[in-house]
Structures are given as C-alpha cells and as structure tokens.
Design a protein around this ligand. Structure first.
Ligand code: ZN
Ligand code: ZN
Length: 362
C-alpha cells in the first residue's frame, strides 16, 4: 500500500496544529520517509497548501524522478540547493510562518535562512516528522522484519564459522560478508565484535584482538533493507563457560525477557526502562547497567521513542523498539542481549527469534 500521501497528510495536519504554514525538511531520513528519495543531497519544502517541492542536484536527476514519482515536484538545481530554495519559497505568501528542523540544520545553513528572512517568519521546530515516524505502518514493518530475518540468518552462518584465534575484525568481516550475501545494504552502524574484557565496553569497535577460549564474545550488529534497520546483540561463550559467566548471562536474559514481555504501548519510556533495570538492580548489578534500555529503529538505527530513565512520553502503539539490557564489569567482561520488539496495541511482538540462551561456540 502506498503510504506517502498519508504521511504528507499527517505532516500537514501537524504543521497546522503547530501554527506553521510550511516546513523546510533538511534531515535526509525525514525526506526519504516523506518522498521516497534516498539520495545524499536534498531539501524538501512541505507547505500546508501546495505540492511538496524536492530540491536536489543533477547526480540524482534520474533517481529522484524514479523514487519520488508524483509525490513531490522535483527541482534539479544546477548550482546551489539554497538558491533553488529562495525561488521555491517565493511561491509561499509573505508573512507566512515557516519552520526549519532545529536538530538538522548546520549553523552556516541557518545563516542562509537569515538571508531569506524579511518576507517570512522562520522558526525552529523539533521532531515534527520524527514523531510521525515513531509509529510504523504495515509496509515499514515488512521491511524491518526482512532486516531482522537477514541479520539472524547472517548471525547463524557466522556462528558456525567462529573459531578461537580469529580476531574480532575477522569475525566482523565474516558477519558482514554474510549480511551482504543475504541482501543487506551494508550495515546500518559499525559492527561491534568484542571478546573477553573488551565485551565490558558497551560500544567497543572490532579490534585486532584474538578470540580465546573461556571468555565472552559480544556481537552487536544489524542489517539494512530498503533503508530500514535491524539491531541485534547476542553474547556467546567461547568453548567453555564458568559459573560466574553463566550467572551474569542468566540475569541479563531474565531482564530482557521481563522487559520484552512487560512492555506496552502507552507506558512511559522510563517505566519500560525500569522493567529491566529494576530486575538487574534487585540482583545486585544495578551499577553495571549504565546505558538506557532501548531506542526506536526504522530508517535510522537510533530514533524515537526512547526507553530511558529520563523518557517521560508514552510509547506510541506501532513503534518498533530495541530492548537491550546489559551488565558490564570492567576488566572482566560484559553481556548484552538485544531484541527488536514491535509494540502493537494488543501487546509486544518480539521480532527477533535468535536463541537467547548462552551458546558455547568456537
Ligand atoms: Zn545494537
Ligand atoms: Zn541498539
């Protein structure tokens, strides 16, 4: 089903509600969401009355026509998009209130808007399109589901090839090869492969360190399919496991299960976060879980809503979020188990199916 008219309609309604006559969209994921355009250089003007206008350069002349169709008027700008913007907004009545995206405009671009001031009132806005993106439509769910399926299959193949003695980077290379082979558009973020004490670094990058028996191997990665991301973490034991490793892994797995089973649309982000945090706390590891429980995924790997101690807004039905509790002990190691969960109005649907039990591999 074609969702773009509905998305543009929802944006226009949001603009009217916020008292704006038009929005200048500079975030590329927001532009892709509204028009389908996936290039790397564009501006989009959506006004409450006329057809949206997409400005891009000649490299994208063919692609923009193909991707956008009649959902926006495409202008190919020979020199600068900002010169084209000036001409585009002259069609909008003087005195109109125009919004720009405060989170996505560089200061030098902001100054260019100043040059365009005078006839219009420019005001910053935060999250107008992002909040629409939080609720996924059926087409988006299919794409995220495919990104999950590719990632899980790639992980399954990789696990069969992991051996002690390989470096973290080699493991990342094997995994990324399988992701590409299975149809992923590259990786949505830098693949994390962290062995032993490095698994205690929540955002470790794959290094030259070799995998050794008797330690953890944490892998956090994703696939991208038609722009949509998955984001999964599993922590394995290499060749053997001791009681302490098993114990910490059990606690994280139970925290993950508690949050994945208990999360509901309508719940505040902080209450969802507490489902896992409270459990880890009661088990005596509260200080070892420093980051937040999760985040929305979609066209970006980190988007709304947030599942964090400070997140007050209720979680919207239709969002797809990660649930990723962890316990990290510097110098020893860490465990994180991350799943992707669709918040339906009837309850949570866990999209990731890869086993969560501590697997001994290598
Ligand atoms: Zn992740
Ligand atoms: Zn994540």
């Amino acid at each position: 089903m074609e969702q773009r008219p509905q998305r543009l309609g929802a944006l226009r309604a949001a603009l009217v509600e916020s008292g704006f006559d038009a929005l200048l969209v500079t975030s590329l994921p927001n532009i892709r969401y509204l028009t389908g355009f996936s290039g790397s250089n564009a501006l989009l003007v959506v006004s409450s009355e006329s057809q949206p206008v997409l400005l891009t350069d000649s490299r994208y002349a063919v692609q923009a026509g193909d991707e956008v169709g009649d959902h926006a008027r495409v202008r190919i700008e020979p020199s600068s998009l900002w010169a084209g913007l000036r001409e585009t907004i002259t069609a909008i009545a003087g005195g109109s209130r125009l919004a720009f995206e405060s989170s996505h405009l560089r200061y030098e671009e902001f100054e260019r808007l100043g040059d365009l001031a005078g006839r219009w009132y420019w005001r910053g806005s935060v999250g107008i399109v992002e909040s629409l993106r939080e609720r996924k439509d059926p087409g988006e769910l299919l794409l995220i589901g495919e990104a999950v399926r590719i990632a899980e299959l790639a992980l399954e193949r990789t696990v069969g090839e992991i051996r002690t003695g390989l470096t973290e980077r080699q493991v990342a290379g094997i995994l990324e090869h399988h992701l590409r082979d299975l149809g992923s558009e590259g990786t949505p973020f830098e693949t994390i492969v962290a062995a032993g004490e490095r698994s205690a670094l929540p955002h470790a990058q794959a290094s030259k360190r070799e995998l050794r028996a008797g330690e953890f191997l944490l892998i956090d990665f994703g696939a991208r399919f038609e722009g949509y991301c998955s984001d999964i973490t599993r922590t394995f034991a290499l060749r053997s496991v001791n009681a302490e490793m098993q114990d910490v892994h059990d606690i994280v797995r139970e925290a993950n299960a508690t949050a994945s089973g208990g999360i509901r649309a309508g719940m505040r982000g902080r209450d969802a976060d507490f489902l896992a945090r409270g459990y880890i706390d009661r088990k005596g590891h509260g200080d070892a879980f420093g980051h937040s429980l999760g985040h929305g995924i979609g066209l970006e790997v980190h988007e709304g809503p947030r599942l964090a101690r400070t997140a007050e807004p209720p979680l919207p039905a239709g969002a797809v979020v990660t649930i990723e509790p962890g316990i990290y002990r510097p110098g020893w190691g860490g465990v994180r188990i991350e799943d992707d969960v669709h918040l339906t109005s009837d309850g949570p649907e866990v999209l990731t199916k890869f086993p969560r039990e501590l697997m001994v591999i290598g």
